[in-house]
Write a protein that binds this ligand. Structure first.
Ligand SMILES: [Fe+2]
Length: 153
């Protein structure tokens, strides 16, 4: 069985998770104000989870004969998550709404990846994407709860 479309889906995840990691780092670094002492370290926790997914995704791509994107230029050009230069003074609630929007994008990316991997009988990749999707949806719930909102999944 050829995994050609699955390889593309995995590389899309590589690019998106790389930019997501940078976005979380930016929120972590530029955060000021209310709840800083609890939310600043929380971003490290989220970033660790994203980095773990990134490594798993990339190494699955290598396992099935693919070549993961690995430069900052490739990540930036291929990810659908777009970032602006960091500035101080943006309300944390606004940054978290941006974080949720990126998580919602990842939710869709993982769902599309599952359909592609299942169609090519790549159950291992499908499993990795399912795990990523579960983390994304749980994190949407938690961040939305912090904002006083329902998950909206
Ligand atoms: Fe830090």
């Amino acid at each position: 069985m050829s995994y050609e479309k699955t390889k593309l889906a995995l590389n899309q995840a590589v690019a998106d998770l790389s930019v997501m990691s940078a976005l979380i780092h930016q929120i972590h670094w530029y955060m000021r104000g209310e709840d800083f002492l609890s939310l600043h370290p929380k971003m490290d926790e989220y970033r660790d989870a994203v980095e773990a997914q990134l490594d798993e995704t990339s190494e699955r791509l290598i396992t099935i004969g693919g070549a993961p994107w690995s430069t900052l230029t490739e990540f930036s050009e291929n990810s659908k998550i777009k970032m602006e230069p960091g500035i101080y003074g943006i309300d944390t609630k606004k940054r978290f709404a941006e974080f949720v929007a990126a998580l919602e994008y990842l939710d869709d990316m993982y769902k599309k990846g599952i359909v592609v991997a299942d169609a090519e009988d790549d159950y291992v990749t499908s499993d990795i994407f399912h795990d990523g999707l579960a983390w994304v949806e749980k994190t949407i719930w938690m961040v939305q709860a912090e904002l006083g909102l329902a998950p909206g999944i």
